[in-house]
Ligand binder design. Structure first.
Ligand code: SAH
Length: 424
């Protein structure tokens, strides 16, 4: 007989609304003879709700694995789930070869993340239930993808909350861990062993393409016109030699390996300044600029963005487009007030650096910060900077990061494009 997790009578009916977690505090009692961690999650009357992985060491004491009592959770089950997740990506992103193929709870594989970089898979196992079944997982991944290699990137502190050690390395035979993927026709270098997270951030894929309308049309604002014979001339009548004279001057803050920079150049930017605190990320960004033929339109600054923005405001520097894609400042609810101050600060300074009519592109990947709070703080920064904001677009993570509507944790990325007007 499989064990049973009895839930309290007076808990919020979160599980029934599609949320995949049971917190320790919601459990009435456990009824189990065996040590198997796969249990039946039942309500206070014993009514079956779901099968789930039980982990008494974690605050998230149970994670929903399957809503059907008769399902058998074995290697074939994993293979079916992974196959479904992959089919979904192929349908939504035709021709895609590199993307997030499994996004944990949102793909009904709680605590499992798999990123596909061409024929290489990078795996993160973030729950004890998944860790215990790692052999099945790797078997299922091999069957579905027949990859040239699998790399485990479990060097993440959240594993400790599940009672798991940090680890990383090859699963099976070794292979070259620096590779090149393609995104929106750009060639992007990824280091799956040493790069941040699993090597690259797929969640902004579609958002990066939204830069396009804002990358040209700026030269005319600067008084450059096209004279007879098609030659661009400046306000004094002098010929302009830079073929990208109409392109935007872009400040890409928290650039990492240059995902936004590459798209900005692709769409016609005149110059992109990448700022990141990681020397290694900037090295890869430079390599990416070189490999795509954009090096002469880029510059790279290794700095803390908070300091850099203030220094540039003091120096009176201006840009046409400022991009802010920081790491999650709020990793938990307690950190939220400090994080809000951080987000507000960079948005405020970023706006001050814009020329009149400039574009602010601002993101946040802290799920603790709601979309509403995020918009409120960006607006607050605009008020302080004496600017009027007009929202062009508000988006979330890309199609390979599904959102379970009953689980706000899966809806973490906010991405806004704003036109920034002067108020004085
Ligand atoms: N925009 C990137 C992803 C950004 S990830 C893309 O499209 O791929 C966040 C980046 O912020 C990381 O590269 C990290 O090195 C950098 N970072 C974190 N804190 C920083 C700080 N205070 N100043 C500058 N960079 C920082």
């Amino acid at each position: 007989m499989p064990g049973k997790v009895y839930l309290k009578r007076d808990r919020k009916k979160r599980l029934e609304q599609g949320h995949p977690w049971v917190y320790k505090s919601e459990i009435e009692r456990i009824e189990a003879e065996e040590t198997d961690d796969l249990m039946r999650i039942v309500n206070h009357e014993g009514y079956f709700l779901a099968q789930g992985f039980y982990n008494p060491l974690s605050q998230i004491a149970a994670r929903v694995v399957d809503y059907h009592e008769e399902s058998v959770i074995d290697e074939e089950w994993f293979e079916r789930r992974v196959q479904e997740a992959w089919e979904r990506r192929k349908r939504l992103l035709p021709g895609v070869r590199s993307c997030r193929v499994v996004y944990g709870e949102a793909d009904f594989l709680p605590g499992l993340v798999v990123d596909k970089y061409e024929n290489v898979l990078v795996v993160q196992i973030l729950s004890a239930g998944m860790d215990r079944r790692r052999v099945w997982i790797f078997g299922a991944l091999r069957k579905v993808f027949d990859p040239t290699g699998i790399y485990e990137r479990d060097d993440v502190p959240v594993r400790r909350l599940e009672g798991l050690e940090e680890r990383s390395g090859f699963i099976g035979s070794e292979f070259e861990t620096t590779l090149t993927i393609e995104e929106n026709s750009l060639r992007i270098a990824v280091d799956v062993a040493e790069g941040q997270k699993t090597g690259y951030f797929f969640d902004q894929r579609e958002n990066r393409t939204r830069l396009q309308p804002f990358m040209i049309g700026w030269g005319r604002k600067r008084g450059i016109t096209v004279g007879t014979g098609g030659q661009a001339v400046d306000a004094t009548g002098k010929p302009v030699r830079n073929p990208f004279w109409d392109g935007a001057e872009v400040l890409d803050c928290f650039s990492h390996t240059g995902g936004f920079m590459l798209h900005a150049c692709l769409y016609g930017a005149k110059k992109v300044t990448c700022v990141d605190i990681s020397e290694k990320a900037l090295e890869t960004a430079r390599e990416n600029a070189l490999n795509n033929g954009f090096l002469h339109r880029t510059e790279f600054v290794c700095a803390n963005v908070f300091d850099y923005l203030r220094q540039q405001v003091e120096a009176g520097r201006k840009w046409d487009v400022v991009i802010l894609d920081p790491p999650a400042f709020a990793k938990n609810r307690q950190a939220l007030p400090g994080a809000v101050r951080g987000y507000k600060e960079i948005n405020l300074q970023g706006m001050k650096l814009l020329r009149s009519g400039g574009i602010l592109i601002s993101a946040s990947c802290s799920y603790h910060l709601s979309a509403e709070k995020f918009l409120t703080l960006v607006q607050g920064a605009a008020v302080d900077a004496k600017k009027v904001l007009r929202l062009v677009e508000f988006r979330r993570a890309g199609l390979d990061h599904p959102v379970l509507v009953g689980s706000p944790e899966t809806d973490y990325l906010k991405f806004g494009i704003f036109e920034v007007m002067e108020r004085h």
